[in-house]
Write a protein that binds this ligand. Structure first.
Ligand SMILES: NC(=O)c1ccc[n+]([C@@H]2O[C@H](COP(=O)([O-])OP(=O)(O)OC[C@H]3O[C@@H](n4cnc5c(N)ncnc54)[C@H](OP(=O)(O)O)[C@@H]3O)[C@@H](O)[C@H]2O)c1
Length: 289
């Protein structure tokens, strides 16, 4: 089996690459750019992979509000051309999407199922929804995996780190922290997501999946757990999204029920708090070496 990983320099790409079986070709943006579809198609035609795993995305959620064409160029039109290339080359496409395809229903307080109709409330969410629709409609052998709040030891290149590292850095500088308490979701450790995707791939059960760690919390609760588990004192204050004033609206509740993954006979991912503890252990090991 030959597998190409796109966006292999990102935090998920780096955790997924070593967990995949067979001959794995990790391609960074420099080697394969989703906004250069002809070159990407030619590279794929030459490599002839059985599977393409797309970890590449434009995920600057706030910036996308003022530059929607950049988000759509990668997440929608780049993904459209990738899906067509995978179909024509007869290979499986694993593509990642987001909990931000939900959010327009502000009153929702129960986990979203794969069968629920999306309704994004941001440009980023809309661009991802268009991209996943194009994958599902044009590439028959696909896994579209919606996930949420990723953090991994490599940090997100585009975002310059991850939420856990940002919290620990600011607390270390003695800065007061104001974190939103009206957005509930499930932060997810990329190492756990990567292992789950590696388990899903050989099932051949193509389709749409929600994949996150288990449980739910607000970003404020997540921040409090980071400081508690890391043994760090922090000046942490709960605020509302309106007080925070981000450019993009975010869902008030975007917990994803991992029903399709369970129906495939695969075990649930561990609770978010256990995953966070594992991440903090891994990061400490890395910092020591
Ligand atoms: N991060 C989250 O909280 C989150 C939440 C839900 C879903 N997701 C989805 O999960 C997936 C992985 O996210 P992540 O956190 O690992 O993101 P990440 O660390 O920011 O990695 C994204 C990668 O995509 C690359 N990239 C950007 N534009 C590209 C283009 N035009 N062509 C090729 N590569 C390009 C980036 O390269 P450069 O470093 O060179 O820019 C980067 O290596 C994405 O589909 C994302 O939308 C993420």
């Amino acid at each position: 089996m030959k597998i190409v990983v796109l966006g292999s320099g990102g935090q998920l790409g780096r955790d997924l690459t070593p967990r995949l079986p067979g001959d794995v070709l990790p391609w960074t943006r420099a080697e394969a750019d989703l906004t250069r579809p002809r070159e990407l198609r030619a590279a794929l035609a030459a490599a002839r992979p059985d599977v393409v795993v797309n970890c590449a995305a434009y995920n600057l959620v706030d910036r996308a509000e003022s530059t929607p064409e950049d988000a759509f160029a990668v997440n929608a039109w780049g993904v459209r051309d990738l899906a067509a290339a995978c179909r024509d080359l007869d290979c499986t496409l694993v593509h990642f999407s987001t909990d931000y395809v939900f959010g327009r229903d502000a009153g929702r307080r129960t986990p979203w199922a794969e069968t629920d109709a999306p309704g994004p409330c941001s440009v980023y969410g809309l661009s991802e929804w268009v991209g996943e629709r194009l994958v599902r409609e044009s590439c028959p052998r696909h896994f579209v995996v919606r996930t949420c709040g990723l953090y991994g030891v490599w940090g997100s290149g585009g975002k310059g780190g991850n939420f856990v590292e940002t919290m620990l850095r600011l607390a270390g500088q003695g800065k007061p922290l104001r974190v939103v308490t009206d957005q509930t979701c499930t932060p997810t450790y990329t190492a756990d997501l990567a292992a789950a995707v590696a388990a899903l791939l050989p099932t051949g059960r193509y389709g749409l999946y929600h994949l996150t760690n288990a449980g739910a919390c607000t970003w404020h609760e997540f921040a409090a757990a980071i400081f508690e588990l890391a043994g760090v004192a922090a000046d942490l204050t709960p605020i509302s999204s309106a007080q925070y004033g981000a450019a993009a609206r975010r869902p008030a509740y975007s917990v994803l029920a991992n029903a399709a993954y369970a129906a495939a006979g695969l075990p649930p991912l561990r609770p978010w708090r256990e995953a966070l503890a594992a991440y903090l252990g891994e990061r400490n090991r890395r910092n020591r070496t």
